[in-house]
Design a protein around this ligand. Sequence first.
Ligand code: SF4
Length: 242
Amino acid sequence: MSGGKKLYSQGQQAMGKSKKGIKVDKADAKERTLRFFPILRKTYPEAKVSLNYVAPLELLIATILAAQCTDLRVNIVTKDLFRKYRKPEDWINAQREELEQDIHPTGFFRNKAANIQKACRTLIEKFNGQVPQMMEELLTLPGVGRKTANVMLGNCFGQPAIICDTHMIRLARRLGLSENSDPTKLEFDLMEVVPKEKFGGWTTFSHCIVFHGRACCKARKPDCLNCPIAGYCPSANQPELW
Ligand code: SF4
């Protein structure tokens, strides 16, 4: 940990603090990330996407359902849902009211049902019923933004993907990796800071951050005293930066 502490104090000097929070120095952020990423990986060896799925279509639907809802609740709902609807045609042919009822516990069920049916229609009309494997194509699906597209690319198609969810937005700021909370700007910032392939690369980093956000660096009160990467974090024990 002594090396980490040294690096942290260097980082603090290099970054400094602005009135809004930490001022980020990308070179410093990159160097610290190379140090703390392997520690996160070792701490959370089981880190992976927490939505249950078998096929890409299931992960696509589960990710749409996960907006403003916990993964736990989505998994409860999809347990029966994925037995009832299997192919894009099944989702399209469902009565809208019945589908809304089926996904009701995930919230925003009207929008989600509409997006699921529109997305499945696009899959059939443009992609031969298959979930496409390119960012640009995924973004043409209704209800699919960069976060969902990255979830698909990273988990189903083995492509390095930075997933900017609520945990990533919070932890990237606390860890002094980016000053941006806009998910797209943050994603591009992190591409420069996080190793694309090393230690499991962008996708593994994304999963580790979610696990760390849930287990330790929680939204209301991060547990800095027991944090394994506190030596590399400029916000450690500094409530004004949380
Ligand atoms: S030291 Fe505190 S703020 Fe920094 S990552 Fe750990 S828990 Fe979060």
